[in-house]
Design a protein around this ligand. Sequence first.
Ligand SMILES: [Zn+2]
Length: 218
Amino acid sequence: MSIENYILLGPPGSGKSTQAELLSAGLGLRHIDIGSALRAAAEEDTPFGHMVNATINKRRELVSDDIVKAVLEKALKNIQAPQGILLDGAPRRASQIDKVTEALRSVGRTISWVIFIDLSEEESIERISKRYLCLSCHKPYIFGKDIFSTEAVCDACGGKIGQRTDDTPAGVRKRFQIFQAETLPVADYFEKAKTLLRVDGHQDAQAIYQDIIRQKGR
Ligand SMILES: [Zn+2]
């Protein structure tokens, strides 16, 4: 069986991390999450690590496409096993498509499928704005399921419960709109290249997973 390499795209709340787990386990893929790879790189005591740290932690800016490429190349070199990958977090804008393609090509890989989990703006806001967390120990809570009042305190440490500014309705709306403006063109690109698998993110996680498996088998 030939090695397959996947890219995972989806707006906030589309359930990308759950699908990443299901797909990695189900298809034996190595999950490369560019966000965590960048955070890990920022911890390194190297010139590159310092540069990434200055960008994401000190200036709180988006990293350049070249940094994304460098982090991806490093992650790819660490894979020894003849194993497919599931790339998550890049390309997040059209200018990163070539960078990602080149990084993959440099280790003899090509993009087999691009999975796009589609979700409406309303549902994205609905799902994410229920996300709360303990401001002290960061234990996650879902409003309406784990907590029923914004005055609730953390059952693990007694800390105050709050929301990331990113997770408020206004914050999610902004992230969703950035996704539409910057990442949808990436999905369109792969749709034209006939490698896009578009799945409906309003379904439950298992149904989304089965849909992906069914579509790629066509
Ligand atoms: Zn806590």
